[in-house]
Design a protein around this ligand. Sequence first.
Ligand code: DX5
Ligand code: ZN
Length: 222
Amino acid sequence: MNYWIAPSILSADFSRLGEEIRDVLTAGADVIHFDVMDNHYVPNLTIGPLVLESLRKAGIDATMDVHLMVKPVDRLIGDFLSAGADIISVHPETTEHLHRTLSLIREGGAKAGLVFNPATPVDQLAEVIDLVDLVLIMSVNPGFGGQAFIASSLTKVADVREMIDASGRDIRLEIDGGIKADNIADAARAGADTFVAGSAIFSAGADYETTIRSMRDALASV
Ligand code: DX5
Ligand code: ZN
């Protein structure tokens, strides 16, 4: 299995953001998870397209996995496409017309992701699965790093894994929130292939390479 580890820069030191990203990439990260929050859809405020653009200008060419927690979401999609996003994921609650939003992302040349909160049913995926390149299951309520993993999200991962396999499409299944070396294997066994980890990597105290290696070791046991 081609597992991806996606450090969330939400828990990075923002005063040294470019350096932090280079460090996690050197330490073995596969993609960079970029959390965008608006203090409206979620009760926190983070970074926008200007920051992504600056990172691109600074020569960071890693895959950027942009997780939009903003409402309304459509107007920002063009800005993130221009700034250099590779994957743009949206929550269904942030748009009136999900089909249009996912189409906007793909027509702009990025991969489209659909995100489900702990209390959001996944049925809607069936209606738009042909427009989706990634499904993101939230294993915490969106808004903050460092929250406790919600175990019932594993059932949701397993349900979505079945839907993806039945579709025959090439869709990544990502999990976000409370992922650490001691539960990453459970998420993989449920069917996830892409693992966001913020505080577990950036706030662990250990060096990034050690932490990422412990996650890969856990995945190797699956
Ligand atoms: C939460 C964000 C996550 C967050 C995860 O709303 O979407 O990406 O950074 O942080 P940890 O890994 O600390 O739970
Ligand atoms: Zn996220």
